[in-house]
Design a binder for this molecule. Structure first.
Ligand SMILES: [Mg+2]
Length: 258
C-alpha cells in the first residue's frame, strides 16, 4: 500500500481488485481551470486487451536478442534490467551501445493493430474537453498516430510529443516534461495529465498539473502488478479504470460551437 494506505473502493467488484470506477480524495485538484489536456498513449488511451503493448514488448526483446546474440530468456532479463535502471530500453541502448533510435523504434512498433478497437465513447469525451489536447508518449510519433487513428481519436489531438521530440529522454525524467511544456507552450498549472504509470505523474503534479492515474479494468498478465494497482499517493488526484466515463463525468464541457 502507498503512504496513505488504501482508499475507498465502491461499486461492484471486478477482476482488478484494486479499483472499480473512479476514485478521488479530499484536496484533489479539479479540472475547472484546465485549458490543456495531456494524455499518455500506451495503456492509457487503449486497454491492454488491444494487445498493443505485449507485441511492442516482444519486439523489444527480439531486438535485444538479435543485438547481443542472446536467447529469449536472457534477452528478457536484460530488457527488465534496462527498464528498471534507465526507464526505457531505448535509453539504455542509446547511452551504452549507441544504437540508432529510429531503427529501434521502427522495429519495436512494427506490430499488428487488428485488436485495437474503435472507441467512439472515448472520442467524444476527448472532443468535448475545452482546450488543447496533446499526446505525450515514450514511444514514437508513428506508433502513436497509428494507434490513435485506429481508436478513432487522432483528429482530436493538436499534436504528438514523442520520444524523439524529447531527445530520447523518457518520462519520468523531469527534462522530458520540461522540453514538452516548452515546445508546446503549455502552462502546467492549467494542464491535466492522464497516465497509466504512477511514477510518470510525480513530476507533472509537482509542476502543478491535475493528475489522473488510469488502471486496467481487468488485470493485465503482461505487466507488472505494481503498475496496475490503484494506490493513492499524493501525486495522484484521481484514479479511474474507465477514461471515457471519467472524462464525461469529471471535466467541464467545451462551449458549443455553432
Ligand atoms: Mg502508458
Amino acid at each position: 500500500m502507498g503512504p496513505q494506505g488504501p482508499i475507498a473502493v465502491f461499486g461492484p467488484m471486478n477482476a482488478n481488485p484494486s479499483v472499480d470506477s473512479h476514485l478521488s480524495s479530499p484536496g484533489s485538484r479539479d479540472f475547472g481551470h484546465v485549458d490543456t489536456w495531456v494524455f499518455d498513449l500506451d495503456n492509457t488511451l487503449y486497454p491492454h486487451t488491444s494487445r498493443v503493448w505485449p507485441q511492442v514488448d516482444d519486439r523489444i526483446t527480439l531486438y535485444i536478442a538479435d543485438l547481443f546474440g542472446l536467447d529469449g530468456m536472457s534477452a528478457r532479463a536484460l530488457q527488465k534490467f534496462f527498464y528498471h535502471k534507465y526507464g526505457t530500453t531505448l535509453r539504455a541502448l542509446i547511452d551504452e551501445y549507441q544504437i540508432d533510435p529510429a531503427d529501434f523504434l521502427d522495429f519495436a512498433h512494427d506490430i499488428d493493430h487488428t485488436a485495437v478497437e474503435l472507441n467512439p465513447a472515448l472520442g467524444s469525451a476527448i472532443e468535448r474537453l475545452p482546450g488543447r489536447k496533446l499526446i505525450l508518449t515514450n514511444g514514437s510519433r508513428k506508433h502513436a498516430e497509428n494507434v490513435a487513428r485506429k481508436i478513432g481519436i487522432l483528429d482530436h489531438f493538436e499534436d504528438v510529443f514523442d520520444i524523439a521530440a524529447s531527445n530520447f529522454v523518457p518520462k519520468p525524467d523531469k527534462r522530458a516534461y520540461e522540453i514538452f511544456l516548452d515546445r508546446h507552450a503549455v502552462e502546467p498549472t492549467r494542464a491535466a495529465m492522464f497516465e497509466d504509470i504512477a511514477k510518470n505523474l510525480v513530476v507533472p503534479h509537482e509542476l502543478g498539473m491535475t493528475t489522473t492515474l488510469i488502471v486496467p479494468k481487468t488485470l493485465d498478465p503482461f505487466r507488472e502488478s505494481f503498475e496496475q494497482e490503484a494506490v493513492k499517493t499524493p501525486e495522484i488526484d484521481y484514479i479511474t479504470n474507465d477514461l471515457a466515463d471519467f472524462l464525461r463525468t469529471h471535466t467541464p464541457l467545451a462551449p458549443k460551437q455553432d
